[in-house]
Write a protein that binds this ligand. Structure first.
Ligand SMILES: Cc1ncc(COP(=O)(O)O)c(C=O)c1O
Length: 420
């Protein structure tokens, strides 16, 4: 092959794919010394796996199986699942949505690819529009989704310090200017990588700004309510939807990343566009996630699963990870982002003078896999040294491995700080 296209250059050989390759190789390896603290796979929670196995068996025995595997759905997604979800959401949140407000995709990663490129990039009038991430760091998976250059723009947050080496990012509204080239505001809540849950007040202010500027507010709710419900704060968890909000949901973090099912809740015009993109790019989205989750949603059993197993499992993991990190890094100059949701610890080492990509390589040589922090600061302005001082670890892992990995991270940080 002499040459690949600009499309290939943009989408098929990014920094993220290189990292994913490393993580994939480490995951495949049977080396017992590996501490896998990278990646975003949800944990295998035994009760969740049991329930999904039962659902799969009863799906196979039902007439719904045929429509799940032997037919393409409409490009909007499998209709009976969409109806069940619509009733469920109206029952629990009183949004008054119709089935025309919901579309399915092949995973929310595809949802964001669609949404960002529908709303921003090169516009028919010759202008160029961007997606604003009002709080950086933000989900690394957004980074390479733009089909044109310079599509993302993000702002430095303000920092609130609290006891026991903890901190929390807040949106710096004073620095947030919505210029004419901003096509939409997007935020993940809970946030990957930090576990932040922006407060209800912050969300209300973003909502108001979006309305005032007549641009949509995209909320990525991959870890949020009503499922999987990986949230550990009592307050500030209000789920928000109206015609100007585009809500992204997913079945992945519930325990179904393999069936690739994303959900978009938006006004009818956006949903029509999503359906058309599904039609063009994949004819129809996957039906298997819808098939597996439909009965759980109709019966409300999905909430029992969340309340009795998923949420307590991750909350216990979070508490154990936080205590471990506070003990292991007791004498270090480190801050830990308040883990309010998702399943990541975000560690900030202010004395680190090499980049976290260098730290990543040193840790990889010792078989500890983390995600270096700098790539999460997507399109940030102005330059901020903080972005080279943070790492993300996934704590939804075996506690012994987590301890081992954190101890090795502490040793490497000590060596690096001593050598500068
Ligand atoms: C914040 C966030 N959004 C979206 C996704 C994409 O998830 P999926 O495509 O499996 O639905 C992820 C995956 O890790 C994520 O962390």
């Amino acid at each position: 092959m002499k040459q690949f296209s600009s499309f290939a250059k943009r989408l098929s050989n990014t920094g993220i794919t290189e990292l994913m390759h490393d993580l994939g190789e480490a995951n495949k390896s049977k080396d017992p010394k590996i501490c896998m603290l990278g990646g975003g796979n949800p944990a295998l929670i035994p009760e969740v796996i049991n329930t999904l196995t039962k659902e799969a068996k009863s799906l196979i025995d039902s007439s719904y199986f045929e429509s799940s595997v032997a037919y393409y759905s409409s490009p909007q997604g499998e209709g009976t699942f969409i109806s069940a979800l619509c009733d469920f959401l109206n029952h629990h949140f009183q949004w008054g949505i119709s089935t025309k407000n919901i579309a399915l995709t092949n995973g929310s990663q595809s949802s964001f690819f669609y949404l960002f490129n529908l709303l921003a990039g090169d516009m028919p009038d010759g202008s160029h529009k961007k997606i604003l991430f009002p709080l950086s760091p933000e989900y690394i998976g957004y980074r390479d989704l733009g089909l044109s250059d310079n599509m993302f723009f993000s702002k430095k947050p303000s920092i609130e310090y609290s006891d026991n080496k903890q901190f929390k990012y807040h949106i710096d509204f004073d620095a947030l200017e919505i210029t004419d080239d901003i096509a939409a505001i997007c935020i993940s809540r809970p946030t990957n990588p930090t576990g932040n849950v922006i407060t209800d007040k912050e969300l209300e202010r973003l909502d108001l700004l979006a309305k005032q500027h007549q641009i949509p507010l995209i909320i990525d709710n991959a870890y949020g309510l009503p499922f999987p419900g990986a949230i550990y704060t009592e307050s500030n968890t209000k789920l928000h939807w109206h015609e100007n909000v585009i809500l992204g949901m997913s079945l992945s973090k519930l325990g179904l990343p393999g069936v690739r099912t994303g959900i978009i809740i938006a006004n009818e015009t956006i949903i029509d566009h999503i359906s058309n993109l599904n039609g063009t790019l994949c004819l129809a989205p996957n039906n298997m996630g819808a098939g597996l989750a439909k009965r759980l949603i109709e019966s409300g059993d999905i909430l029992t699963l969340r309340d009795q197993h998923i949420q307590p499992f991750y909350q216990q993991k979070m508490q154990a990870a936080l205590t471990l990190a506070q003990n292991i890094f007791q004498s270090h100059h480190v801050y830990i982002h308040k883990p309010e949701g998702a399943f990541f610890l975000w560690l900030w080492f202010p004395d680190l003078t090499v980049s976290t990509k260098t730290l990543y390589q040193r840790l990889k040589a010792r078989k500890v896999f983390i995600i270096p922090g700098e790539d999460f600061f997507i399109g940030i302005e102005p330059y901020w040294e903080h972005q080279y001082q943070c790492i993300r670890i996934n704590y939804a892992v075996n506690e012994e491995k987590l301890r081992e990995g954190l101890c090795i991270i502490a040793e490497e940080i000590e060596k690096l700080v001593a050598s500068c």
